[in-house]
Design a protein around this ligand. Structure first.
Ligand SMILES: [Zn+2]
Length: 201
């Protein structure tokens, strides 16, 4: 069946999203076609604003509102600057913040080491982390990369890099589902992993 270009374009764009196959994309496109103007309009507007309204925090590389130099966590005097939790993605920050038990700051690497995908140390915000530690004021770095092969390799690499600084380096305790993402871990598991974190040998 030949579809008019406007709907084909939407189907094509939606199929590029993670977890959305051609069937779901078609269903969503037809849903939007029949949805009230107001819903479709606000979806289009919010998508457009997503790209212009969000920037990276210049300290921790979490996302923040455009126009801000630092995110709210880095700018907050109530968050302990001596404690830095290193995560892969902004969604991991969200997962840890949902716990409500962590009072330190973050560093978002923007990924993990992956030789297969050609992602090396220079592709991640590792240099910036080392620089943060080098400048002083950091007592402990908590490596909270995902409990996956890439996450473990990233933590190990960072542990080696951080060994030359007078800083305590810890890794989240085991117990998180292996191969899973931090963002999918339930809050009590995450809290246990944080509280039970162990110093890297
Ligand atoms: Zn920040």
């Amino acid at each position: 069946m030949l579809l008019p270009a406007p709907i084909q374009n939407v189907i094509q764009a939606l199929s590029r999203l993670p977890g959305i196959g051609p069937k779901t994309a078609s269903r969503l496109a037809f849903f939007l076609l029949n949805a009230p103007e107001e819903l479709v309009g606000s979806l289009a507007d919010s998508l457009r604003e997503l790209k212009i309204g969000i920037v990276q925090c210049q300290t921790c590389f979490n996302i923040t509102t455009a126009g801000r130099q630092e995110c709210e966590i880095c700018a907050s005097s109530e968050r302990d600057p001596g404690l830095v939790c290193v995560v892969e993605e902004p969604l991991d920050v969200l997962a840890l913040e949902r716990m409500g038990a962590y009072q330190g700051r973050y560093h978002v690497l923007q990924g993990a080491l992956s030789p297969i995908e050609g992602i090396g140390p220079d592709d991640l915000r590792m240099g910036e982390l080392l620089e943060r530690v080098r400048l002083g004021g950091v007592r402990e770095v908590i490596l909270a990369t995902n409990p996956s092969m890439e996450g473990d390799a990233t933590a190990m690499y960072l542990g080696q890099q951080l060994a030359r600084f007078p800083v305590k380096v810890t890794r989240l305790a085991r117990g998180l589902p292996v191969g899973g993402d931090l963002e999918y871990a339930d809050q009590s598991t995450l809290l246990r992993a944080l509280l039970g974190r162990q110093e890297l040998g």
